[in-house]
Design a protein around this ligand. Structure first.
Ligand SMILES: *Cc1c(COP(=O)(O)O)cnc(C)c1O
Length: 233
């Protein structure tokens, strides 16, 4: 019964979103999880509004972008035309963009160093006075300890999460990871889940087009899927 492969999910199909939804439903069933326990973030980076609109029309409401500037150029129009859009920043954040990021995004998945914590804490303090913009925050882990990659390495994770909370007063909701491309992802997902559990964090942002079913099996609450929905970049 379980002989279909995940490679059937490709964005070259006319309806990538429907295939991804079907695969998520199946992964949830296999893992005995409720479909509602997994949020699909449709990663629309590099795609223009005319590619994004049909996906919104199909019912998708949660989207991910990896650059603040690109998102600022594309999304305000789409957001005002379609109430209920939720936008997630999944790429690196520079501290001088913290203000714009807090204004536009409902979640930030790339908290990974003190300068970002400081900038976010400052912005959030202002925002709370003005209006209630309070994005969900995820700490990004570099589970493969890859020098070119952003994220906190596993042995520094507990101390970093504590400092986010105690030193900067940030409410951290979860962890995010991007496993090395040349390794099976399962061990990285499992490690991320373990670090989250021992720090009392409930949300896990893990799994992309190639491996979101594995991530769901290992507890992902947010999967970030781009090319399987939108096609190749
Ligand atoms: C681009 C990107 C994704 C989506 O990748 P796909 O392989 O296209 O699904 C997920 N997470 C992050 C952090 C990304 O930058």
């Amino acid at each position: 019964m379980q002989t279909e492969t995940h490679s059937k999910v490709t964005g070259d199909s006319p309806n990538g979103l429907a295939l991804v939804e079907a695969e998520i439903a199946r992964a949830c069933k296999d893992a005995r999880r409720e479909r509602s326990s997994v949020t699909l973030i449709a990663v629309s980076k590099t795609f223009e509004s005319d590619a994004i609109s049909p996906v919104i029309a199909s019912g998708q409401r949660v989207f991910g972008e990896n650059r603040v500037q690109e998102a600022k150029a594309k999304w305000p129009g789409l957001i005002s035309a379609h109430p209920g859009i939720e936008l997630h920043l999944i790429g690196p954040l520079q501290s001088n963009k913290a203000k714009e990021a807090v204004a536009l995004f409902d979640a930030i998945h790339s908290v990974d160093r003190p300068s970002i914590c400081e900038a976010l804490a400052k912005e959030l303090a202002k925002q709370i006075v003005k209006q209630d913009r309070k994005p969900l925050l995820f700490v990004q882990l570099n589970t493969g300890e890859e020098p070119q990659k952003a994220g906190v390495i596993p042995r520094e994770a507990d101390a970093f999460i504590s400092s986010c909370r105690d030193k900067y007063g940030l409410e951290i909701s979860g962890l995010m990871c991007i496993p090395p491309v040349d390794e099976p992802p399962a061990a990285h997902f499992a490690l991320t889940a373990k670090i989250a559990a021992r720090n009392g964090l409930k949300l896990l942002s893990m799994g992309m087009s190639a491996d979101f079913a594995t991530a769901i099996q290992l507890g992902a609450t947010h999967v970030r899927v781009g090319s399987a929905i939108f096609g190749h970049r």
